[in-house]
Write a protein that binds this ligand. Structure first.
Ligand SMILES: [Zn+2]
Length: 383
């Protein structure tokens, strides 16, 4: 059967988890399984001995080539995953330099500042890249109003700053966390620990600075956003890996537990209420509240939010039934409290009317319908 012949619904869901077809790059196979569910169903048990041997080889390779004393570099936020990665890197004999490309002070939460400082206090050399807030905010505002995604420039800076510092300091190994293709089925197709294909994403289109240059921001003001050129990368001759691929228990819940044991502070009180944050976990987005707004916009554009994504992960882990997941999705997916919207508008310097206009501009009419009472609802929610 070829599902492309007729598409009565603009959205369909994985036969196993709640992954929707609207996620960019997502594909369903003939069994109706999304990429990560299909990979899981077909995957042979991982050969952990082989992965450990491979990792030992990478560690030895990196240590031999360390010119600055650091054999590896890890982009960190101070959250659960980066704390776990830094601790693990040290356990396996690496000497990592941590790089945190932080949010501007107006955006970063005090909890986030505390967690970054906590990570440093665990004994790591850390470089913090603070980008000039004015230009940063202009770029975020432009990305929000034109693409419904304020985080685009942040992602550019996050990836680029780490690789730039690796090149400048002669650090041979860049470590990322989990392989996004295995976890979510998106990004560059990669089924192993090699993260070098991420570069393709940034050198082709994904790292395009044209929108910001055309908005009048000078190239020299975009140093940290600009991904290194292929020539610079070739001269560096370094490696990039998904360190999480080599860790038998690299998992959200385990990472959170270990990071909390090492001092991580999670969301508390109203900031941990899923009806306000659209997240079932108190360890999501610890350093920033505007991610909640971004998830809300993803919900408007693609019909799913963070609860749906997290529940799908838990279904694959066999830690949640589909029914339990559906209940959580119905109650909390896409939720974003007024408090975060007001703070976001004040930060970007836009009016509430500007924000509401963006909501209606980015709400996908194929996915949403307006009820008689004026409330919007998804036409085809997961069932
Ligand atoms: Zn699935």
């Amino acid at each position: 059967m070829n599902s492309s012949i007729s598409r009565p619904n603009p959205i369909r869901y994985c036969a196993k988890c709640l992954e929707p077809s609207t996620r960019p790059g997502q594909n369903f196979d003939a069994r109706g399984l999304c990429v990560p569910c299909a990979l899981l169903a077909d995957m042979k048990p991982a050969d952990w001995d082989a992965r450990r041997t491979e990792l030992r080889g990478i560690v030895a390779w990196s240590r031999e080539r360390a010119r600055s004393g650091y054999d590896s570099i890890i982009g960190v936020s101070g959250g659960k995953d980066s704390t776990r990665l830094a601790l693990f890197a040290r356990e396996i004999g690496l000497t990592p330099l941590l790089v945190c490309c932080t949010y501007p002070p107006h955006q970063m939460t005090t909890r986030g500042a505390y967690n970054l400082s906590n990570l440093v206090s665990l004994g790591f050399d850390t470089i913090t890249v603070n980008i000039a807030p004015g230009i940063y905010r202009d770029a975020q505002k432009k990305a929000f109003l034109e693409q419904g995604n304020w985080a685009r420039p942040s992602e550019l800076a996050l990836y680029s700053s780490v690789v730039k510092i690796a090149i400048d300091w002669g650090i041979p190994l860049v470590c990322y966390g989990e392989n996004p293709y295995l976890r979510l089925g998106t990004g560059i197709e990669s089924r192993d620990g090699n993260a070098e294909r991420l570069t393709t994403m940034h050198t082709l289109g994904g790292g395009d600075l044209t929108p910001y240059l055309s908005a009048g921001i000078a190239r020299k003001q975009l140093h940290w956003y600009e991904y290194p050129t292929p020539d610079a990368l070739a001269r560096w001759a370094g490696r990039m890996i998904f360190l999480g691929y080599y860790m038998e228990d690299f998992h959200d819940l385990v990472n959170a537990k270990i990071a909390i044991e090492h001092g991580l502070r999670t969301r508390t009180g109203p900031h941990a209420d899923p009806a306000r944050t659209g997240s079932i976990y108190n360890f999501s987005a610890l350093d920033d509240d505007f991610v909640i707004v971004n998830q809300y916009f993803k919900y408007l554009k693609l019909g799913f939010g963070l609860v749906s994504q997290d529940c799908s992960l838990r279904i694959r882990d066999s830690l949640m039934t589909r029914e339990e997941a559906l209940d959580l999705v119905r109650r909390y997916d896409g939720k974003c409290d007024e408090y975060y919207i007001r703070r976001f508008c004040a930060y970007l310097g836009i009016s509430r009317a500007d924000f509401d206009a963006a909501v209606e501009r980015f709400r996908n009419p194929e996915l949403w319908t307006k009820e008689g009472n004026g409330e919007w609802r998804l036409k085809h929610p997961p069932a």
